[in-house]
Design a protein around this ligand. Structure first.
Ligand code: HEM
Length: 399
């Protein structure tokens, strides 16, 4: 275990609702995945055999700027592949640009409906919970910081919103939706990063791996998103029927598959996801220079938008959803009055909003404005109000 003692990991796990710590050696031993333990290598030794060689070739031959231009108009799942793509790249896209055979349209439709019904909580948890958690996942923080996108976090955050936004749309997975294309573009960006980052002396100086973004890393990130949000909704006692939970998991299973993670390594149930998360996510959470800088940038950006709350409130909300331990790692300044407000006001807000208590708390409108403003931030795809297209980087952050 890297920087945490076993006991600290356990207490952090409890705070994040990601409990139960197994021996790290067994971390990936039983993924509880669709086909059981596979005979092949674990996901920490799997990158992307389909996308990586193609992207390395595209980058070496200087085709990427032309691909970025050509695919700008490729948006909907049923859009034809754009013309002007190099043959090899178009052949790759034709091969992967489809839902996996096991995708269940009924579950995906239900997930989309659930995402719409619960969007305010989801945006809040993805944005302030998962978004800031990503800065204490050292591999993710280091690769994001040292990749080209790390130099412009506003732009990067807007692109990441595109992923969450497209996933949350009603017809996300349907032919007129956009998620399959967005996921495919993201998969290609990750493949480019695998080729580019190892050439960065800055990244090499801090990385504990030679190639970034393994299937295991993607699963870790999935746990910081889907598994974490699922747990929090239950902890917050938001009504969450079993069929919604299953549908929500299914949409994530399809999303991770579209990002290139082999089916046999994708958890089958929330219980399995939770157990895997406790093994592979909670124990590795720790601060890094890069992560602290990214968190400050992300929270600074969020604070620029009028959420109707102070930066102290924002800091305390992050502490509330991620624990004081994480807040201390990131140096989030304390605001004890705001902390008291969050800890009493938020549960009361949920109870009233969900019709579980008839008493409207005095702080209701403040929290209401806060969740609405955060949701708008997502729904407008960042502060610009326009789609920020996902583009393939051609280099790394300079320094
Ligand atoms: C790019 C989502 C896992 C590192 C992106 C983009 C999206 C995205 C939407 C494109 C937007 C952009 O350019 O910023 C996801 C999702 C993941 C995941 C949904 C898992 C469920 C990971 C992991 C790492 C990572 C595990 C590293 C450990 C990066 C980097 C970029 C990127 C470095 C490129 C930033 C640049 O443009 O330079 N990701 N990602 N991602 N992702 Fe991921």
């Amino acid at each position: 275990m890297e920087n945490l003692s076993r006991r600290k990991a356990l207490s952090l796990g409890v705070a994040l609702g990601l409990v139960g710590v197994a021996h790290p050696v067994q971390a990936w031993a039983s993924t509880g995945s669709a086909t059981g333990a596979s005979a092949g290598p674990g996901p920490e030794w799997i990158w992307d055999d389909a996308a990586d060689p193609v992207m390395a070739s595209m980058l070496k031959s200087g085709h990427v700027p032309a691909i970025n231009t050509a695919w700008a108009s490729w948006v909907n799942n049923n859009d034809p592949l754009p013309s002007g793509l190099p043959t090899e790249f178009a052949a790759y896209l034709r091969q992967v640009n489809q839902l996996p055979s096991w995708a269940d349209p009924a579950k995906l439709a239900r997930a989309a409906d659930f995402n719409r019904r619960r969007d305010t909580y989801l945006f809040m948890l993805y944005g302030l919970g998962s978004g800031i958690m990503s800065t204490v996942i050292p591999r993710e923080a280091k690769s994001v910081y040292w990749s080209a996108g790390g130099a412009d976090m506003q732009d990067r955050a807007a692109k990441t919103f595109t992923f969450g936004y497209d996933l949350s749309q009603l017809g996300a997975f349907e032919p007129t939706g956009q998620f399959v294309v967005t996921a495919n573009k993201t998969r290609v960006v990750h493949a480019a990063v695998r080729h580019l980052l190892p050439q960065s002396p800055h990244w090499r100086a801090v990385a504990d791996e030679t190639i970034p973004i393994s299937a295991a890393d993607i699963l870790v990130t999935f746990h910081s998103l889907g598994t974490y949000v699922h747990r929090k909704l239950l902890d917050w006692k938001i009504p969450f029927p079993a069929a919604d939970q299953e549908a929500f998991l299914h949409s994530w299973q399809v999303a991770i598959a579209l990002l290139g993670v082999p089916h046999e390594h994708i958890p089958r149930t929330w219980a399995e996801a939770q157990a895997q998360s406790a093994r592979v996510l909670t124990p590795i959470l720790s601060p890094s220079t890069e992560g602290i800088a990214l968190a400050e940038e992300l929270l600074g950006l969020t604070a620029q938008i009028d959420l109707g709350v102070t930066r102290g409130f924002l800091n305390e909300f992050v502490r509330y959803v991620l624990s004081d331990e994480v807040g201390d790692w990131l140096g989030l300044k304390r605001d004890y009055a705001a902390a008291a407000l969050v800890r009493t006001g938020w549960p009361a807000f949920i109870l009233f909003r969900e019709g579980l208590s008839p008493i409207m708390p005095g702080t209701f409108y403040m929290f209401d404005q806060f969740v609405r403003a955060l949701a708008m931030l997502f729904l407008n795809k960042g502060s610009s109000g326009t789609t920020t297209p996902i583009t393939i980087p051609t280099g790394n952050r300079a320094g």
